[in-house]
Design a protein around this ligand. Structure first.
Ligand code: C2O
Ligand code: CU
Ligand code: CU
Length: 610
């Protein structure tokens, strides 16, 4: 009987603690909700304290009734939604803290019911002994309170505005640039139109999310200088968006949910419109719940052919993008036609997200000498001819290879990365031509391609500068902790996780140098939207070969890389690790041009989670 008292009160105090911890977020959602949660918590504390000192039957009755009322409210909000607040009429989605609050309130309801039935309770004869017996139960509730209050205090963001315009404490000597102004100006460029339907598709008995029913999505091939108009039709059950990875385009066309647009709701459509300035190999992918949507299949290649291209240069210009969904949906190697002696360009993109370490794919081209003519779509100056080497390609990165088909036999592209996350171990990405296939090379004898010393040096207006207007270090660390209402393997820039990292504030025309310092045992391909880095140095040593231009710099375990760019594209641009689980766990920040504002917010309010 004494234990009954004890646990009744304890569970009520515990529920109150978690109710307090979620109150700040509830206030942000809707002030009456915040007030309600505080009132419930205060009432729980008062009733439990009074009962502790003097267990009146009426008090326990009141306690039982109040608790039941609160639980009925919970039931309504979970089943049909409350009639008020920002999500009026929509059933609430349970998070960890809410679940624990409800569990404790149910427990306390049951216990107080029992208490009412057996009232008045006898006092224990040996309280000390009783106290000892309650240790395990108390510990259990203490753990529940710890998890509940931690997830409650570190909940999902409700509405975070990533704009750089009106941050408190900033000097407002600049004029505001609204997101809506950062669109492509009208012009008479040749127009290329595409429609991409995002939808659920069954392939080999498995459900994928695809563009136009295929994995990868259709290859979009355009010419430099084209105006590309793409309509996204969203037939998925959830919101989505499309980001044009690597392209320098107007910010409002960047496709990032919660920053440059709202996620396109299920059943709606959205049109992107931009002029492609730079030739090269790019790709597109969802940028809403990116961590979940990309591995399901929402990605494809976007190839921009150079304006003055001689169409006879290559007998074939092939593009291949591989990701988690390809392997399982295709279950076979790509084969490309090629005849002996033909000159081939092969554009390779990695969209893999399969494990936590971010270890790059290790591509090996076997069967012909080749050149790496471009990285991330940008030409290499004076690329040397290479034999089989391991080409490390981090997720998001691209390699363009050029080679001549041998007199006989195939050329094959292998991926020698040990697969840790995927059940599928397709070792061959592609074969070209006919005849005997080269055997899988022995990786232990192969050198690793190093972009820091490849090609021939030449001038680079960004890399050759003696000084930069903005210099920022981004130190990458990880540790476990509570975030987004969960216990996560946090990944941080300068000790903070998104969306609460410090943005890098720049002005148009500034030269910006970033240093990435990796204090983890993982690989981080750090990707900047809307700009191209000139790589400056790796581990403190300047690069010695061709200028290297990347939108994603692969920073290996313990490595330090420096990259610089000219801030010539006003907007709010994400910079994040392209290992999407790392970005999901916080490794994401912003390059914000001073004064740029956005009407969109990240968080549960509008359901934007880039
Ligand atoms: Cu390829 Cu922010 O993404
Ligand atoms: Cu991008
Ligand atoms: Cu990473």
């Amino acid at each position: 009987m004494w234990a009954l008292y004890f646990y009744t009160l304890l569970s009520l105090f515990a529920a109150a603690a978690i109710n307090f911890s979620v109150a700040p977020d509830r206030f942000m959602e809707y002030i009456p909700f915040g007030i309600f949660f505080v009132l419930v918590a205060v009432a729980q504390v008062i009733v439990a304290s009074l009962t502790l000192f003097r267990p009146y039957r009426r008090l326990i009755g009141f306690y039982f009734g109040g608790n039941a009322l609160v639980l009925i409210l919970w039931f309504v909000s979970l089943k049909v939604g409350l009639p008020v607040g920002p999500f009026a009429g929509r059933p609430e989605v349970l998070n960890v803290a809410d679940t624990l609050i409800i569990a404790l309130e149910v427990l306390s309801l049951l216990l107080s019911g029992l208490l009412l039935l057996r009232f008045p309770a006898a006092r224990p004869k040996k309280p000390r002994l009783m106290l000892l017996k309650t240790i395990p139960g108390t510990l259990l509730i203490a753990i529940v309170v710890f998890i509940g209050t931690q997830t409650g205090l570190h909940g999902l963001p409700f509405a975070v505005n990533m704009g750089a315009g009106g941050m408190p404490g900033m000097n407002m000597s600049f004029s505001e640039i609204p997101m809506s102004s950062l669109v492509e100006k009208p012009g008479n460029e040749p127009i290329k139109r595409f429609t991409l339907v995002a939808k659920e598709t069954r392939i080999h008995g498995q459900t994928f999310w695809t563009y136009n029913g295929q994995i990868p999505g259709p290859e979009l091939r355009v010419n430099q200088g084209d105006r590309v108009i793409i309509t996204l039709i969203n037939d998925l059950p959830v919101g989505t968006s499309i980001h044009w990875h690597g392209l320098r385009l107007p910010n409002a066309e960047d496709g990032v949910a919660g920053i440059t647009q709202n996620a396109v709701p299920a059943g709606s459509s959205y049109t992107y419109n931009f002029v492609v300035k730079d030739p090269g190999t790019y790709w597109y992918h969802s940028h809403q719940e990116t961590f979940r949507q990309v591995p399901l299949g929402l990605y494809g290649d976007l190839i921009v052919e150079p304006k003055n291209a001689n169409s006879n240069t290559y007998a074939h210009d092939y593009a291949l993008i591989e990701g988690d969904a390809n392997e399982s949906s295709r279950q076979s190697t790509s084969h490309f036609a090629a005849r002996p002696g033909e000159l081939i360009r092969l554009r390779l993109t990695s969209a893999f997200q399969e494990d936590m370490t971010g270890t790059p794919e290790q591509l090996v081209l076997s069967g012909a000498p080749y050149q790496v003519v471009a990285l991330d779509g940008h030409d290499i100056n004076g690329p040397q001819t290479l034999g089989p080497e391991l080409l490390p390609i981090g997720t998001g990165q691209r390699y363009d290879l050029v080679f001549r088909m041998p007199r006989s036999g195939q050329v094959a592209l292998f991926d020698l990365r040990p697969k840790t996350g995927s059940k599928f171990t397709l070792q061959t990405w592609a074969t070209l031509g006919e005849g005997a296939q080269p055997s899988v090379p022995d990786k232990s004898h192969l050198p690793t391609f190093d972009l820091a010393s490849y090609g021939v040096p030449t001038t680079d207006t960004v890399a050759d500068r003696a000084s930069y207007d903005v210099t920022t270090d981004l130190t990458i660390t990880n540790q476990v902790g509570f975030r987004d209402g969960m216990y996560q393997f946090l990944h941080m820039f300068n000790g903070k996780t998104s969306p609460y990292t410090d943005p890098i504030i720049v002005k148009e025309g500034q030269y910006v140098k970033l240093r990435f310092i990796n204090h983890t045992n993982e690989y981080h391909p750090i990707h900047l939207h809307g700009h191209v880095f000139s790589v400056l140095s790796k581990n403190g040593k300047r690069i010695t070969g061709s200028p290297i231009h990347l939108d994603s710099i692969l920073v290996g375990p313990g490595e330090t890389w420096e990259g610089a760019f000219l801030a010539d594209n006003p907007g709010l641009w994400m910079i994040h690790c392209h290992v999407l689980v790392h970005a999901f766990n916080g490794l994401s920040t912003m390059v914000d041009y001073e004064g740029v504002t956005t009407p969109y917010v990240i968080g549960t309010k509008d359901g934007n989670f880039p």
